[in-house]
Design a protein around this ligand. Structure first.
Ligand SMILES: Cc1cc2nc3c(=O)[nH]c(=O)nc-3n(C[C@H](O)[C@H](O)[C@H](O)COP(=O)(O)OP(=O)(O)OC[C@H]3O[C@@H](n4cnc5c(N)ncnc54)[C@H](O)[C@@H]3O)c2cc1C
Ligand SMILES: NC(=O)c1ccc[n+]([C@@H]2O[C@H](COP(=O)([O-])OP(=O)(O)OC[C@H]3O[C@@H](n4cnc5c(N)ncnc54)[C@H](OP(=O)(O)O)[C@@H]3O)[C@@H](O)[C@H]2O)c1
Length: 256
C-alpha cells in the first residue's frame, strides 16, 4: 500500500535579489489544490541531491494574493543557516517541494469584527505575511485604515516598494506606510525602533491615527526580541491576544 505524499514537487519560476546575499524573493509553480488564508505560511522542502526525497524543511509566509497562479516567498539569507543559503542559490527551473497543507494563525480570523485601523508591525522578513493580507479585499472591508510599519536595519532593505506605491495610489489615505530604518538616517524616515516609537506615542503621530485598543487591531511579526518587547508595550496599552473564545485585538507570529 502506498501512502499519499504530503507534498508536491514544484519548480522555481523567478528569483529576485533585493539585497545581494541578504534578501530575496522566490516564486514557484503552485499545485491547484494548494489553498491558503492570507498571513499563513507553507513548509518548503529541498532535497540534498537532485531526484532524492526532500530532507530539509522550513516555513515561509506567502507574499502573493490567495488567487495568484504562482506562490511567492520573501526571505533572508541566514549566513551558516542550513536552508536559506540553499534557497537563495536556486535557479529558475530547479525543483522545490511544498507541503500540501499551509498553516499559521496570523490571519484576519483573529479579528472577525474588524475595526477602525489594522496595524501591521514588522521587522525584517516579518513583512512577508502582511503582503498577502494587504492584497486581500477582506482586509479593506473589515478595516477603515491599514498601517504598515516596516523596521529594517538599512534603507535598501525596504523591499516591495513598487507594490507598496501601487497600494498607496489605490487606497489613498486608507493606507499608511511607515518605513523605519534603524541604522541609517534619512530626511523623511524616523531612525527609531518600532517599539520605541510605540512607547513614546510617536508611531500613532506618524500614522496620523490613534493606537486605541478599543478601535485598533495589531499584528506583530519579526525579530523575537521585538515581539517580546512589543507584546509588553502593547499589553500595557490594552492590547491582548484572543483566548478562551474571547476575541483579541493583537496577533503575533514567531519566525524563530
Ligand atoms: C511561521 C514561520 C514563518 C516564516 N516565514 C519566513 C519568511 O517569510 N521569510 C523568511 O526569511 N523566513 C521565514 N521563517 C524562517 C525560516 O523558516 C527559516 O528559519 C529561515 O529561513 C532560516 O533557516 P536556516 O536553515 O537557513 O537557518 P537556521 O540554521 O535554521 O538558523 C536559524 C537562525 O537564523 C535566524 N533567522 C531565522 N529566520 C530568520 C528571519 N526570517 N530573519 C532573520 N533571522 C532569521 C535566527 O537567528 C535563527 O535562530 C519563518 C518561520 C516560521 C516558523
Ligand atoms: N547574508 C548577509 O550578509 C547578512 C548580513 C546581515 C544579516 N544577515 C542575517 O540576517 C538576519 C538579520 O536580519 P534583519 O536585519 O532582517 O533582522 P533584525 O536584526 O531583526 O533587524 C531588523 C530590524 O529589527 C530591529 N530590531 C531588532 N531587535 C529589536 C527589538 N528588540 N525591538 C525592536 N526592534 C528590533 C532592528 O533594529 P536595530 O538596527 O536597532 O537592531 C532592525 O531595524 C541575521 O539573523 C543574519 O543571519 C545576513
Amino acid at each position: 500500500m502506498t501512502t499519499e505524499q504530503r507534498y508536491t514537487k514544484e519548480k522555481v519560476t523567478h528569483i529576485r535579489h533585493w539585497v545581494e546575499k541578504k534578501l530575496f524573493s522566490i516564486s514557484t509553480t503552485r499545485a491547484a489544490e494548494f489553498k491558503f488564508k492570507p498571513g499563513q505560511f507553507a513548509r518548503l522542502g529541498l532535497a540534498t541531491t537532485t531526484g532524492e526525497e526532500p530532507s530539509i524543511w522550513r516555513g515561509f509566509s506567502m507574499v502573493n494574493p490567495v488567487d495568484s497562479k504562482e506562490l511567492e516567498f520573501y526571505a533572508v539569507v541566514v549566513p551558516d543557516g542550513e536552508f536559506s543559503p540553499r534557497l537563495a542559490d536556486l535557479k529558475v527551473g530547479d525543483d522545490i517541494y511544498i507541503d500540501k497543507n499551509p498553516i499559521g494563525f496570523l490571519t484576519l480570523d483573529n479579528f472577525p469584527n474588524g475595526g477602525k485601523s489594522l496595524w501591521l508591525l514588522a521587522t525584517g522578513t516579518g513583512l512577508s505575511a502582511y503582503l498577502s493580507i494587504i492584497h486581500d479585499p477582506k482586509t479593506w472591508s473589515l478595516f477603515d485604515k491599514v498601517i504598515l510599519c516596516h523596521g529594517v536595519r538599512y534603507i535598501n532593505e525596504l523591499s516591495y516598494q513598487e507594490q507598496i506605491q501601487t497600494w498607496q495610489q489605490q487606497w489613498g489615505e486608507r493606507f499608511v506606510y511607515l518605513p523605519l530604518p534603524t541604522r541609517e538616517s534619512h530626511l523623511h524616515y524616523p531612525q527609531h525602533r518600532l517599539t520605541t516609537l510605540i512607547e513614546t506615542g510617536k508611531l500613532a503621530e506618524l500614522a496620523g491615527t490613534e493606537l486605541d485598543p478599543s478601535q485598533a487591531c495589531v499584528m506583530l511579526c519579526g525579530n523575537p526580541d521585538m515581539l517580546a518587547d512589543g507584546r509588553k508595550i502593547l499589553g500595557d496599552l490594552g492590547f491582548a491576544t484572543g483566548r478562551r473564545g474571547n476575541i483579541g485585538n493583537l496577533a503575533v507570529e514567531k519566525y524563530w
